[in-house]
Write a protein of this length. Sequence first.
Length: 632
Amino acid sequence: MKRLARWLGAALLATSVPCMVQASDDVPPGTIALTVRLPNPGQKLLYIHESLPVGPGPLTLYYPKWIPGDHSPDGPIELLMGLKFTAGGQRVAWQRDELDRFTFHLVVPAGAQQLDVDFQFPATERVTPNLMGISWDQLALYPSGYPTKALIYQPTLVIPADWSYATALETATHDGGRISFKPVSFNTLADSPVIAGKHFRQVDLTPAGSPVRRYLDVVGDSAGSLEASDAQIAGFRQLIEQAQALFHSHHYDSYHLLLTLSDYVPVGGLEHHQSSDDRARGGSKMFADADHFLLDASLLPHEYTHSWSGKFMRPDGLWQPDFEQPERPGMLWIYEGLTVYLGDVLTARSGLWSADTWRDVVAYRAADMANRPGRSWRPLVDTAIAVDYSAPTAWGNWRRQNDFYREGELLWLAVDMRIREKSHGQRSIDDFARLFFGADDGSFVTHTYTFDDVVATLDKVQHDDWAPFLKRWTDGVDDQVPLLSGIDASGWKLVYTDQPSSYQHALETVGQGELEVKGINAMASLGLFLKDDGEVMDVLWNGPSFKAGLAPGMKLVSINEHAFSPAVFRDGITQAKMDKKPLQVRVQNDGVNELHAIDYSGGLKYPHLVHATGKTDSLQKILAPRRDGGGP
């Protein structure tokens, strides 16, 4: 395998040579046919048949391990079942590698020219009786010895005949429920999910006069869940236009925002080069309920931004020639952190969020990071190097979790403000985004970059000591990190009041995501994060509840001898502020009934951003829609 370097052009990087993947001189034996069938959606079983051109002799096959966007070796190999190999109608024995469970070894018999592979995959998380979503990387084996870019697959999907579907793949034939797609490389196949369902809606979001098509494709468990308002659709149309005004480029032939609205599939989003794969937190209520839409509005902008940041331009440690080689995720504070910042800004510029909502979101996340004492020992970069999406919530504030998302957003707000200040308002992060992500307009060949490339491009936008600034933030701890510097420089400040923002209210009544389950976030006051039934999810390290002896896993039974409820909990905090007496909190702890006294009288504390008197409001400029076009 080889990677050949080339310049991205004088407009991009001046000091280093970004890389573009090239295939090796080894030529794979031919096109691999892959058929995935869903004969009974209610049973949620996918049946896979794969035909590989082969020659006789030893053969090693891989199941994809490192999936781009997951940043972890989490290919769901444990779900593969019923594996069978045949050649010429005869079974072929196989053996799993003892050191790598994603690797299979077999010997192709003499005279064989084709190996057939069959297995089943339980798709319980992505299939309901009315819809499905598939990621091809979960449903295929591939031969060793070749870069996955050089392996050509011809995929076919068999679904109920009355279902509609959407994907970035091009359709070759469509006969009833049997859809054959045009052959693509395995890299492209793995990067091209499909959604399908009985209830389907496609909205053309293409700007007027543009030859490059963009679509919002939605499947749901009911027809009613697909009914977006005119204002919501207008926001998604503006998203396309505002992204083009930001980047002045596109890196796809066409783009599909794939959205699944179901109460029966897990929430999530995964970036792809020419599509996204999003499952709304609000499920069937995303479009119908204001709180659900508030929480979901930034999901599609985030994944759409990844088409530039993460898919087209990717840290060099996150590109490998196949899906077996380990990735080096140390620059996720750029890959994800910058994408959170730009994606959230686009959410506001497109009107999917108001400026007030954007500020509420940033206030909540800034308070979350400010109440992470783990920052005293664990630098931001380590949360990227040791990325873990399965980490428990318990002690997350001390252990730290995937903070490269939220703290990364604060970092890039600080970068934006630093550019604006030093250029006297003449330049901003928009100039960096256009310069860094705008090369090779129309191409979707992945380019890689290094830390030095980022520094060099920032310096082209605005000369400054960028390397020490970024290193101090990513490698430093506690007061070495100017956590709130971007907020302060923007003319706003983080404060706490006794009333939640609309964003936090939605989180606590609807719930979502990491440390955002339905419940009560009192980390800034008592130092507790609770489910709404009283179960303790997290306790602030050395906070009031920690000092009182509370720990994750306990369950609050009563507050001051009143049976626990969210209202009683909040009333107790308010009462303690007035009478200055410790809260008497009774808990269940593994069957033991315990009474704890929490010494806290600071009252309820909810984060907000307020405009600092006499300071220029730079956020107004950051969040204002752009009117400077950007071409196709």
